[in-house]
Design a protein around this ligand. Structure first.
Ligand code: NDP
Length: 295
């Protein structure tokens, strides 16, 4: 079998167009653009690339982009002061603090300072709780993007066996909650799981969010399974450069799976598109308007 390739790049482009259309309708209704504030502390090169990409995508969607770049020496109290000023700023609908923060800053304390209504990353305890117990949560961007790809491919997910490999607060746990909400039978696997290949082989849906290059092999999969590869790993190339690979061994997996996301071009582009979507939703909720139906 040769698996269908799930084109996250194309899906994300469509989502960004729908968000831009939503922004064009929001402005005349409220007299302002939705606004996203991104806060970067320090000069981590990967974070700088992400922040630049987020700012560019925000402007392309027609939203207002506010970038706050603070030196590595910034104290935790100063950072929390900035977050609180963004909480109070009427022109800001979404606040994203780029992680990781420098080691001496307590990330949990900074995230806790974000107004849950503006928490477009869905990282606050309040939004994680709402996702778990039901209610209008802001859902973390990467797992929500994975769910969109799955529903686009499979339609109704009711009754399917899903195995999520990874239990981080950012990807694995919210992914499992979302699949449960869609009536899947969900297993969360992690580094202590016994016989992971056997567990994974039960799954109609596999979401790999591990951070280990090409760990999930074709013979770990049930024939026809749908595989979502969240992993972003850089491997050295012979010429001294690097190449990007996922947590799934694409070559062997695509011989067994029914459909699979590539890396790059699968989950990666969805994350920023969903960030814009979450910002548009936050802007509508804050303005007392219903968010556009088809996002
Ligand atoms: P974390 O490091 O926070 O979590 C990794 C999880 O994988 C942990 O729960 C860990 O288990 C589990 N794990 C580690 N080794 C094994 C193993 N050998 N067998 C089974 N489980 C294992 O990572 P994140 O969740 O933040 O990210 C996961 C991957 O997704 C990374 O490659 C990251 O780069 C990528 N990512 C991609 C994004 C995108 O936009 N596409 C966004 C966010 C992340 P335990 O809890 O027991 O330690």
């Amino acid at each position: 079998m040769s698996a269908a390739r799930i084109d996250g790049k194309a899906f994300a482009a469509g989502l960004r167009e729908r968000v831009a259309a939503g922004v064009r309708a929001f402005e005349p209704a409220t007299g302002r653009k939705p606004g996203l504030a991104v806060v970067l502390v320090g000069d981590d090169p990967a974070s700088q690339v992400y922040v630049r990409a987020k700012g560019k995508a925000t402007l392309e969607a027609g939203m207002a982009s506010f970038e706050h770049r603070l030196p590595d020496s910034t104290r935790q109290a100063e950072l929390i002061d900035l977050v609180q000023s963004l909480d109070a700023d009427e022109t800001v609908d979404g606040i994203l603090v780029q992680l990781p923060l420098p080691g001496r800053i307590d990330e949990a304390a900074v995230i806790a300072a974000i107004d849950p209504a503006k928490d477009v990353d869905g990282f606050t305890t309040e939004n994680a709780g709402r996702l778990a117990v039901g209610g209008a949560a802001m859902v973390p961007c990467t797992p929500l993007g994975c769910l969109m790809l799955l529903k686009d491919r499979l339609g109704d997910l009711t009754g399917l066996e899903a195995v999520v490999i990874g239990r981080s607060n950012i990807v694995g746990k919210p992914m499992a909650q979302l699949l449960l909400r869609e009536n899947c039978t969900v297993t969360i696997a992690h580094s202590r799981t016994r016989d992971l290949p056997a567990v994974t082989r039960r799954a109609d849906i596999v979401v790999a969010a591990v951070g280990r290059p090409e760990m999930v092999k074709g013979d770990w999969l049930k024939p026809g399974a749908t595989v979502i590869d969240v992993g972003i790993n850089r491997l050295p190339k012979a010429d001294g450069g690097t190449r990007l690979v996922g947590d799934v061994d694409y070559v062997s997996a695509s011989e067994v799976a029914g459909a699979i996301t590539p890396v790059p071009g699968g989950v990666g582009p969805m994350t920023i598109a969903v960030l814009l979507r979450n910002t548009l939703v936050a802007a509508h909720r804050r303005a007392g308007l219903p968010p556009p139906e088809r996002l």
